[in-house]
Design a protein around this ligand. Structure first.
Ligand SMILES: [Zn+2]
Length: 150
């Protein structure tokens, strides 16, 4: 059964990969301590169950007892490391995988924006040629400047 971390904006779950990264999952304690954990999570209307877990990323290194075979939390520790929306940039940069717009189907016609760019590029070219023609046109000499005739 997959186990997901209950912390806000944390997507860790118990997988081979998370295990390789050294992430451990810890069930909520009972009674008063469970209330303290729930409050620490700051999730609205959140109630932990007997299967709710938090991953080890929300605890300080000194919160763990790593002396035994299994990494366990010391008695009385409260999760203290969370990414609340105060720093959304940091969270999205490290947690969110880049999402690309849905790919164009293969063999489809070039997208309309692309044709539009081509069209506007060629019309801009015409405009520039027109300007050049006006400058260098047959009347160019006369336009050299009115000062000459004073
Ligand atoms: Zn977590």
């Amino acid at each position: 059964m997959p186990e997901f971390c209950a912390a806000y904006s944390c997507s860790n779950r118990r997988t081979v990969e998370s295990k390789a990264r050294g992430i451990t999952f810890h069930k909520f304690p009972r009674k008063d301590m469970r209330k303290k954990w729930e409050r620490a999570l700051r999730r609205k209307d959140f109630t932990a169950t007997n299967t709710t877990v938090l991953c080890s990323e929300h605890f300080k290194p000194e919160d763990f007892d790593r002396t035994g075979q299994i990494v366990r939390l010391r008695d009385g520790v409260i999760p203290s490391i969370f990414s609340f929306p105060v720093k959304p940039q940091k969270v999205s940069a490290s947690k969110v995988t880049p999402r690309f717009p849905s790919p164009q189907p293969l063999g489809s016609a070039p997208p309309e924006e692309f044709l539009g760019v081509l069209r506007s590029a060629s019309s801009r070219m015409d405009m520039m040629c027109g300007i050049n023609r006006a400058r260098l046109g047959p009347t160019g000499a006369i336009r050299a400047g009115p000062t000459r005739y004073r």
